[in-house]
Design a protein around this ligand. Structure first.
Ligand code: SF4
Length: 337
């Protein structure tokens, strides 16, 4: 995100609201928008973690996002209410899609959570939603290799695994999965002695000056709180150790999970790398990502927020909550409270 070409003070450059006001005032002094664009002031770069908000705040449309430049006209976009997955703050966003591709993330006002702003990490954290290397069909292991199949055979294989196993089950889940998917995963394994865990990628905390309780949070996960409320723990190492001797291990959307087990391995995910440990799975279930499903995240303050489907899932992929819910229902298992 660059918003170069504006006469702004160093102080204003660190604050999006003051920054845009001063940039616009500077433009008036120079009398023309063209003059504003041509003035470069390298000593006052808008490069703090919330600088991209000047694009939304600029009242005359002079400040532009290079990332979005020439991608689409505003009237060509479909707009979907969503929740940012960049950290545990839970900022409300709009996903702009064109031809079923996410092309832009914009803040959606919520006075209790993000006011009118989003940070640059969240603003730019969307390209993964358009990944082309997705799992598009269920895979089952036959003669030592994974083969594409339909949902009926994949479900039958999972049900046979679950009905033929007993004892300990481990769920290694993503804190970016919806609460509905996490609840269904727990429900599916409720006939076992259950352990569920997640791990959170950590980063730098970056508050927005002047706005209480709004920061890019160190926890780069949208639903760690929701996972905890459902009984999943942060003791990922212990869960990985328990997985080795578990009868069944379910990995939910953790493509880099270093799982090892002597039991059956079920992987529900969006992607599967060439060297991924989940390549050893008995069954692979293709699931939708956050832009391709509806669901709920619980932010760090315990606020439940819905997000909505912005584009279709590729191939035969389905929302994880639906996949795991169907399996739990077929097992005759009750809803988890
Ligand atoms: S603060 Fe967190 S939730 Fe908000 S936009 Fe940034 S990364 Fe997304």
């Amino acid at each position: 995100m660059r918003a170069a070409g504006f006469r702004v003070s160093g102080r204003a450059a660190r604050h999006p609201v003051r920054g845009v006001r001063q940039a616009v005032q500077s433009g008036r002094g120079l009398r023309s928008r063209r003059a504003v664009r041509s003035g470069i002031h390298p000593e006052a770069r808008l490069d703090h973690p919330w600088a991209g908000n000047v694009v939304d705040l600029c009242p005359v449309g002079s400040l532009l996002s290079k990332d979005f430049l020439h991608k689409a006209r505003a009237w060509e976009l479909d707009k979907t209410a969503s929740v940012c997955t960049g950290c545990s703050q839970g900022c409300n966003i709009t996903l702009d899609t064109r031809d079923e591709v996410v092309v832009r993330v914009r803040p959606r006002p919520n006075l209790d959570i993000n006011r009118y702003f989003i940070c640059d990490h969240g603003r730019m954290h969307y390209r993964w939603m358009n990944r082309g290397d997705r799992i598009e069909a269920p895979l089952v292991r036959k003669d030592g290799a994974l083969h594409a199949t339909d949902w009926d055979e994949a479900f039958a294989r999972v049900l046979a695994i679950l009905r033929g196993a007993s004892g300990k089950a481990v769920a290694l889940v993503s804190p970016g999965a919806s609460s509905e998917a996490l609840a269904a995963a727990k429900r599916l394994l409720s006939g076992f002695t259950w352990t569920g865990a997640f791990q959170v990628v950590m980063g730098e905390e970056a508050p927005l000056a002047g706005v209480p309780n709004l920061a890019l949070r160190a926890e780069r996960a949208p639903n760690a709180k929701g996972a905890e409320q459902l009984g999943y723990t942060r003791d990922y190492a212990q869960a990985l150790a328990a997985a080795k001797s578990a009868a069944v291990v379910l990995v939910l959307d953790e493509p880099d999970c270093p799982v090892e087990t002597d039991g059956a391995l079920i992987y529900a995910g969006t992607v599967l790398g060439e060297d991924a440990a989940c390549r050893r799975a008995d069954v692979v279930l293709p699931i939708a990502n956050v832009a391709e499903e509806e669901g709920t995240f619980t932010n760090r303050d315990g606020r439940d927020q819905r997000y909505y489907q912005a584009k279709p899932a590729p191939g035969m992929a389905q929302p994880a909550a639906w996949v795991l819910g169907q399996l739990a229902q077929a097992m005759g298992l009750a809803e988890v409270q």
